[in-house]
Design a protein around this ligand. Structure first.
Ligand SMILES: Nc1nc2c(c(=O)[nH]1)N[C@H]1C(S)=C(S)[C@@H](COP(=O)(O)OP(=O)(O)OC[C@H]3O[C@@H](n4cnc5c(N)ncnc54)[C@H](O)[C@@H]3O)O[C@H]1N2
Ligand code: MOO
Length: 430
């Protein structure tokens, strides 16, 4: 065997981070749209234009608590010589259609209440005696006054919110492609829409593998550790916009893993496993998913030129070809892998731009001792005001340091050390 051929066996090709992500995104299609209740559609992408069915506001209404008047009746009003008007009625928001205002009349009106026919403007209560017979008041008194004194004139349409002044019938409320945040949901509700067609949140099933794992809350027998990955990955999935299901832990038994996956596929648009993907004797995920039948799908296991996160599995399984990410078990590796590969995939399923994390340049406050040559390193860091400091070192088991980090420092493949003061690329987390 030639030395080149031998090398190929001993050192299988390393995929770059970008190649792996491109391959994933090429294989992900956005989920089919469904009609969702407004609050279930929060954060989702609208897939059709929404047209306004009726003007908003639907009728002329008051923007102040005060008195609806005809402008001619208060044209010369001053505090010394007030206009004295007969209080013809009371209009509250949500009240029935008010009766018409005759010359010399005013109607007590509340904010949002429909303007009576014949009324041209609203005088705020503060410009009147409120019907009490004294000077200007600062709040609307209880009902009952027969007359009101108005101390200032108003212009036509003053303190009136015109029908359709927000948006007219037939206009575009929201364009297809809009991400539905709180104000967009508010607009939909205001125009009377109860449901909207959107790409739904992907249902993400998260599974930890490893016979050493014990759920938090239970006592640790010797040699065992608490399962933290299923919690961090479930939380990551929710943070990415998904509807996550934490399916717990599976022991290092390929048959149990396959059976669990088969059960879980019913409710999954995406599956994330952690652990069991390297070269150990009990690497259950790799063993269970490396050789699937044509019908079962295909999961490829790769080594990436990155640290942490070198061993990765990705493929599509089951009759619906649900994307599956088999992430490495080391807790920091699992987290970083989710950020770099699963988060963009979740967003792509929702029809969102895959990348949303902000990347900035920052000055490295302290030197970074050594980074593996040929592998892109993602160190945990704390970023503030243009400066970043590595926390905790490169070990993939350091969950405390991960919990202190708010950024990932990217050390490129060709760089093996970073002197203090160097500018580096930083991915901001959250
Ligand atoms: N001989 C080699 N050994 C390893 C290699 C290698 O290339 N050659 N790669 C190392 C790298 S890098 C990583 S990353 C890990 C990946 O291993 P697995 O994906 O097979 O993960 P496990 O062996 O199951 O676990 C690794 C580590 O993480 C802990 N773990 C696993 N699951 C959880 C969980 N849910 N919560 C908390 N901690 C978890 C587990 O106990 C191990 O300590 O392989 C290296 N080895
Ligand atoms: O690549 Mo492993 O993911 O370093 O710890």
């Amino acid at each position: 065997m030639s030395s080149t051929a031998q090398d190929a066996i001993e050192r299988p090709q390393l995929w770059s981070v970008d190649e792996h992500l491109d391959d994933i995104l090429r294989k992900i299609r956005p989920l089919e749209p469904i009609e969702l209740q407004l609050l279930d559609a929060q954060g989702c992408v609208l897939v059709e234009d929404v047209i306004v069915p009726a003007p908003l506001p639907p009728f002329d209404n008051s923007s102040m608590d005060g008195f609806a008047v005809r402008t001619a009746d208060v044209r010369d009003a001053t505090e010394e010589f007030p206009a004295v008007l007969t209080v013809a009625g009371d209009v509250a928001a949500g009240g029935a259609r008010p009766s018409a205002l005759e010359p010399g009349e005013a109607a007590r009106i509340m904010t949002g209440a429909p303007l009576p026919p014949g009324a041209e403007a609203v005088v705020p209560v503060e410009w009147t005696d409120g019907g009490l017979g004294g000077g200007p008041v600062d709040a609307m008194p209880a009902a009952g006054a027969a007359e009101v004194r108005v101390f200032r004139p108003v212009k036509a349409r003053e303190h009136v919110r015109a029908k359709g002044s927000d948006v007219g019938a037939g206009e575009l409320a929201l364009a297809a492609g809009t991400i539905l945040g709180p104000p967009q949901l508010g607009l939909l509700a205001a125009i009377g829409r109860a449901t909207v067609p959107v790409r739904p949140r992907p249902r993400v099933v998260v599974l930890s593998t490893g016979s050493e794992l014990v759920p938090p809350g239970e006592e640790l027998p010797p040699g065992r550790i608490h399962d933290s990955n299923s919690f961090v990955l479930t939380a990551c999935a929710r943070d990415a916009g998904a509807q996550p299901y934490r399916a717990g832990t599976v022991h290092d038994d390929p048959e149990t893993l396959r059976a669990t996956l088969e059960d879980q596929l019913i409710r999954a648009d995406l599956v994330v496993t952690s652990g069991g993907v390297s070269v150990g004797a009990y690497d259950v995920v790799k063993e269970a998913l490396s050789e699937l039948t044509e019908e079962e799908g295909r999961v490829e296991f790769r080594r990436l030129a990155m640290q942490p996160g070198k061993p990765q599995g990705f493929g599509r399984i089951g009759p619906d070809r649900v994307p599956l990410f088999a992430l490495p078990g080391n807790p920091v590796s699992a987290y970083v892998s989710f950020e770099l590969f699963v988060r963009p995939a979740v967003r792509a399923l929702m029809g969102l731009e895959p990348q949303d994390r902000r990347t900035v340049r920052a000055r490295c406050a302290e030197a970074i001792g050594s980074s593996p040559g040929g592998r892109r390193q993602y160190l945990r860091g704390r970023y503030a005001e243009g400066t970043v400091t590595a926390v905790g070192g490169p070990g993939s088991h350091l969950v405390k340091a991960l919990a202190e980090a708010n950024a990932l420092i990217v050390v490129p493949e060709e760089v093996t050390s970073v002197p203090a003061g160097t500018e580096v690329e930083v991915i901001l987390l959250g």
